[in-house]
Design a protein around this ligand. Structure first.
Ligand code: FES
Ligand code: FES
Length: 165
């Protein structure tokens, strides 16, 4: 019997502002809960072993690899995914910056990179390209678009500061 066939615990959490209660397997990852139970497939699954960062989401504002994060650890916590970034169908400024700056190629790494970058900006709204590149070192891009990705995320910083200042 697979883990997903044996839900046995009740999990209470908030996902993108919505309070949810659901049954999960005892060892089920947050990535599985988001993608397979809630159909929030914007959060990707790549290596599933903590090595690529494409599954990055935020839990209480901290960037985590959802494939390595036990879903039960999210009990009572607030999870944010890329689906929560848009407002009335309008892209978040950081999403727009990636489009404007050519920071997206196939897009597979993009949701994780966005969530990781937003966690960096939450800690340091004045983070620049060097800090972003360092903090996102675990977010691999198979299209090797690192330069434009980081430049686009850094360009978003000014917009974001406008939101916070
Ligand atoms: S899928 Fe989670 S780190 Fe690769
Ligand atoms: S844009 Fe394709 S993996 Fe990064």
């Amino acid at each position: 019997m697979t883990n997903s066939e044996a839900p046995s615990r009740v999990l209470h959490l908030t996902v993108n502002g919505e309070p949810l209660t659901l049954a999960v397997g005892p060892y089920e990852s947050l990535n599985s809960v988001l993608r397979d139970r809630l159909n929030l497939t914007g959060t990707k699954r790549g290596c599933d072993t903590g090595g690529c960062g494409t599954c990055t989401v935020q839990v209480d504002g901290q960037a985590v690899y959802s494939c390595m994060y036990p879903s039960l650890r999210a009990e009572g916590k607030s999870v944010s995914t890329v689906e929560g970034l848009t407002t009335n169908g309008e892209p978040h400024p950081i999403q727009q910056a990636l489009v404007d700056g050519g920071g997206v190629q196939c897009g597979y790494c993009t949701p994780g990179a966005l969530m990781a970058a937003l966690a960096v900006y939450a800690e340091n709204p004045r983070a620049g390209a060097d800090e972003l590149a360092e903090e996102l070192a675990g977010n691999l891009c198979r299209c090797t678009g690192y330069v434009k990705l980081v430049e686009s995320l850094a360009a978003a910083g000014e917009n974001l500061r406008g939101h916070h200042d």
